[in-house]
Design a protein around this ligand. Structure first.
Ligand code: ZN
Length: 84
């Protein structure tokens, strides 16, 4: 078996982290709030925590915000998965 960098990452994840699925779902809303200069981090602390922990989602946010919050424009694969 390999070692488990993903599990290691998971164990260091912020407990407020909502996980990839919810972050992806809310990313365009979050990106719009960021783009509008709103208090995105205070409003969605779970997503902010996830974006700090998950590089692909964070890049997705920047890509989404950079393209004017275009929906469905995420690229890359999330590396943080949490059980439901
Ligand atoms: Zn993610």
């Amino acid at each position: 078996m390999n070692d488990w960098p993903a599990l290691d990452h998971f164990l260091r994840t912020d407990p407020r982290d909502v996980g990839c699925d919810q972050a992806m779902e809310m990313l365009h809303v979050y990106a719009e709030l960021v783009a509008a200069g709103g208090p995105a981090e205070q409003r969605y602390p779970g997503i902010a925590a996830h974006l700090r922990a998950c590089g692909p989602c964070e890049r997705g946010l920047r890509g989404t915000a950079g393209r004017g919050a275009r929906r469905g424009g995420l690229t890359g694969t999330c590396s943080v998965r949490r059980p439901h």
